[in-house]
Design a protein around this ligand. Structure first.
Ligand code: ME8
Length: 517
């Protein structure tokens, strides 16, 4: 299809720091973005899905020093991890941005010049506190207000802050206070979920200080154009990735920008909803349509941390669990905006009840009966009854409800709605008792019932494809009776009831969700 005529959809994840290996939190945001990207592709949109890594800054420089290697070597090692991990989780990103790349540096310097030309950059002296793990600045008053003055620790991450006294460029963030408030109020969807929007609103209404946007005490970053001893503040650098990847400032970015949704964790909302938004205003670029700050995962009730050594590593999880099952569980278990706890017991329970017992069972019994009673061949539909019409109506309702849920990043509601149809399908089996129809020789009704079951399974699998692309390719291959790639099946061509015709041959059932002990 000619992509220029297609509606575009741009989704981003944060770019992850290379001072640490990927963990559960990183795959979570990336899987969520992948589901949106896959769903929108299925709907026929021209999708651009961006993820990447944040390589610059003091934190990465320090991590490299501790390992006695250059920052770029550390970055290369961690990038290799991400690049091998993402395909294992079926992450279908269209691009991967590294902040050490030339295209990104050009983007950051282009952004700097825009800010400068807009009169929003000035030089002064910075004297306050800095948190290296968060790469964020704090005033004495802010530390005092947060009860962090005594031990000089960061109000966000509670780790030690350090005093900085240096010449610095500043960004006139304070000048954007009114416009930000106005924008947030006029666009209720701009920051989601709503509770987070309200937090940002009161933060901005509380007053904004200008932001120190350059550092002179280390060198691992993008130099300020024309004043190379200054390195551009890592957040100005990092935030610009969302447009440097599109070719800013040299290329026209309008095809994809503004982003439809930028997914982030709640930890970095202020940087996005305030700094990034103000930078875009200063550069006279449109703001993203939505910034969605999801919640925080703990593991078996504990905060994941390096010191506790309990950070869940995706590569380890894959030794025990299927990637698609993890994708399903992470998005099903916890409403996207809320914090959640990862527990293996919950994972197994959900898997066994919703995937093995509900989806797997419906697939196995339906295809087994079709093979037993008609050699896997679909018959004609005869005289649809109310029960049949109710099933079709439920499926059409599911398609609308899933669209609406995903439009507001309510992944768990989308999956819950699909489950409703699966359970309906299993009830339909019981209510129609195909074995009894076969026994009674009612071939017409039997064919009708089996047809409805197979079409239900097909449309459920289509709907689950963005969540579990590999499993659903396997499921759809059994239904279609030949190897199919679910990714290539669009809603327009394959999403309507009645695609399969009488005479269609299905395969024998192969379990795709065996029970877990
Ligand atoms: O902050 N639960 O990178 P980062 C849920 N480089 N999500 C989690 C999580 C958890 N326990 N831990 C991490 C940075 N995440 C910056 C971003 S963007 C221009 C620059 C996810 O490696 C979540 O998306 O610390 C969070 O926002 C992100 O990882 C932080 O990744």
């Amino acid at each position: 299809m000619e992509s220029s005529n297609m509606e575009s959809y741009y989704v981003t994840t944060p770019i992850y720091y290379v001072n640490d290996e990927p963990h559960l939190g990183h795959i979570y945001t990336t899987i969520a973005a992948d589901v949106l990207a896959r769903y929108q592709r299925q709907c026929g949109k021209d999708v651009f899905f961006l993820t990447g890594v944040d390589e610059h800054g003091q934190k990465v420089q320090q991590a490299a020093e501790a390992r006695e290697i250059e920052p770029i070597e550390l970055a290369d090692q961690v990038v290799a991890r991400y690049e091998s991990l993402w395909p294992e989780f079926s992450i279908s990103n269209d691009d991967f941005i590294r902040t050490s790349s030339e295209r990104h540096k050009a983007g950051v310097q282009g952004m700097w010049r825009k800010l400068e030309n807009a009169g929003t950059i000035y030089k002064d002296f910075y004297e306050d506190w800095y948190c290296v793990p968060c790469e964020s600045y704090w005033t004495e008053t802010q530390l005092k207000d947060a009860g962090r003055w005594e031990d000089k620790s960061c109000p966000d991450c509670k780790r030690a802050v350090e005093k900085i006294q240096e010449e610095s460029y500043f960004f006139r963030l304070s000048a954007f206070q009114d416009r930000l408030v106005e924008h947030i109020k006029a666009n209720p969807d701009f920051i989601q979920p709503t509770s987070r929007r309200n937090e940002v609103l009161s933060f901005v209404e509380g007053g904004l200080r200008d932001l120190s946007v350059s550092r002179t005490t280390f060198s691992w970053g993008v130099p300020v154009p024309g004043d190379e001893k200054h390195v551009i503040y890592v957040w100005i650098d990092a935030l610009t990735n969302y447009i440097s990847a599109l070719g800013f400032p040299d290329k026209d970015i309008n095809k994809h920008w503004p982003a439809d949704v930028q997914l982030i964790g709640k930890d970095i909302l202020r940087f996005h909803a305030v700094y990034w938004a103000a930078m875009l205003m200063a550069a006279e670029l449109p703001l993203p349509k939505r910034i969605y700050a999801h919640g925080w995962w703990t593991v078996e009730g504990e905060k994941m941390s390096k010191s506790l050594g309990n950070a869940l590593r995706p590569a380890d999880l894959l030794k025990e669990y299927d990637a698609d099952v993890l994708r399903y569980f992470l998005l099903r278990e916890v409403p996207f905006g809320q914090d959640g706890d990862f527990s293996f017991t919950a994972l197994k329970q959900r898997y066994n009840s919703e995937l093995a017992n509900d989806v797997g069972n419906l697939l196995n019994r339906s295809l087994a009966m079709l093979n037993k009673y008609s050699d896997g061949v679909l018959g004609e539909v005869n005289e649809e009854q109310d029960m049949d019409r109710a099933l079709i109506a439920d499926i059409e309702g599911m398609q609308m409800d899933v669209a609406q849920a995903l439009d507001r990043q309510a992944f768990h509601l989308a999956l819950e709605r699909i489950s409703v149809v699966v359970r309906h399908g299993n009830r339909y089996v019981e209510d129609n008792a195909p074995w009894a129809l076969a026994k009674a020789g009612d071939d017409k009704r039997l064919a009708t019932v089996l047809y409805h079951l197979v079409e239900t399974l097909r449309l459920v699998a289509m709907q689950l494809t963005p969540f579990m692309p590999t499993k659903m390719s396997a499921m759809l291959s059994q239904i279609h009776g030949e190897e199919v790639n679910a990714e290539e099946m669009t809603a327009a061509l394959h999403g309507g009831w009645g695609l399969l015709q009488a005479g269609h041959q299905c395969s024998r059932p192969q379990p795709i969700f065996p029970r877990m002990d």
